[in-house]
Design a protein around this ligand. Sequence first.
Ligand code: SF4
Ligand code: SF4
Length: 472
Amino acid sequence: MYDVKSMSAEEFIAHEEILETLDYAEKNKNNIALIERILEKAKLRKGLNHREASVLLACELPEKIQEIYNLAEQIKKDFYGNRIVLFAPLYLSNYCVNGCLYCPYHLKNKHIARKKLTQEEIIKEVTALQDMGHKRLAIEAGEDPVMNPLEYILDSINTIYNIKHKNGAIRRVNVNIAATTVANYRKLHEAGIGTYILFQETYNKKSYEKLHPTGPKSDYAYHTEAMDRAMEGGIDDVGLGVLFGLEGYKYEFAGLLMHAEHLEAVHGVGPHTISVPRVKQADDINPDAFEYGISDETFCKIAACIRIAVPYTGMIVSTRESKEVRDKIIRLGVSQVSGGSKTSVGGYYAPEAEDDCSEQFDVSDTRTLDEVIRWLISKDYIPSFCTACYREGRTGDRFMSLCKSGQIQNCCHPNALMTLKEYLVDYAAKETAEMGERLIMKELANIPSEKVRKIVLERLAKIEQGDRDFRF
Ligand code: SF4
Ligand code: SF4
């Protein structure tokens, strides 16, 4: 029985409710009157429920699809302006006891190089990331209670936050590790993590169980209810995601939105971010073996519908996607991208040898961070290294209310300019620096408050003189 407030996975992600939603969407996919009503509601920027959004996703009318894209673009501009936040993944360890069929770190893969960074190696990796200009990391580790116990993760977070190297600093560590207990989530919260990220992979229980034949991750309910435990442990920024390609995308889309509705209904706070990875080529993983692969066009439509359905939630696209796809999708609602990423354990400090490869998946966008920054600037986006919110205590419902009212823009925009300035002064290539300076000058005029503009100007000058870490 579907119950958005239930604490049981099979009730808040009720299979029957998803099937009925897909049936409703299919029957109404060309129902112009209904689609127009849904689009009118979406224009209020308060979001849509999973049934309404599923109708838009199913819609096949070209002119209505164009309206969906236009609205997604407009909502993105209203909530996020033209800023894109940058981050990088940091793989700590690829030891894993699970049997996930779509990931080369599964236990049965005996030929992939297994690695776990020591604290000294983490310092080297993070120093290399700081030298690129990164301020925000997402740490990743396989599930292995012996090799990667929580203490190791906590030690690593502590190491990362304490690295002081030139003007560099990692100011926000997001954590992507296996589902765990409330007590462990509390420890992660106390360690000062930013967002806790856990991809659902698939919301379809039957498919989930097939794809996770062995290991602790095979427990669908324990995995699906993880965000509730994380929130009970005090983490109020959580990041959802599904791995598109494992199951029908319409099913996943409805499940994802039902999960967001559940978090909002129970905890008063929806997901901080949603990630939209697709299954990619990796060591012993062939994406063509998965029957639900989606085209680039469908991928863009999913992103646009997510943007319309949950306008306040950040959307992340990683370097799993090529430059060409990121080019298309970024304007439809993406707020965060990774840049210069390595998906191996180690590899930022010194490249891995070919016969010693520990990559989780092939990176499609292989540009350096500086190239990504230049690309964003050339498309009139402001690359941002801002990490201000959780450091200013703007998390959970406090963050959401600022976000939903649009007031967060008053912080995001000046913070983007100041953190971009730090990047330009400390790390940028000459051409990037020149383009960035022109962008900052142009964007200063878009700060509505004269008082704030004056403060930003003063701080930009101070950054040139060596001061760092200003924020609103
Ligand atoms: S997806 Fe995660 S849990 Fe599954 S094999 Fe890969 S690292 Fe392990
Ligand atoms: S001000 Fe907050 S919401 Fe805006 S970019 Fe910075 S951290 Fe993100």
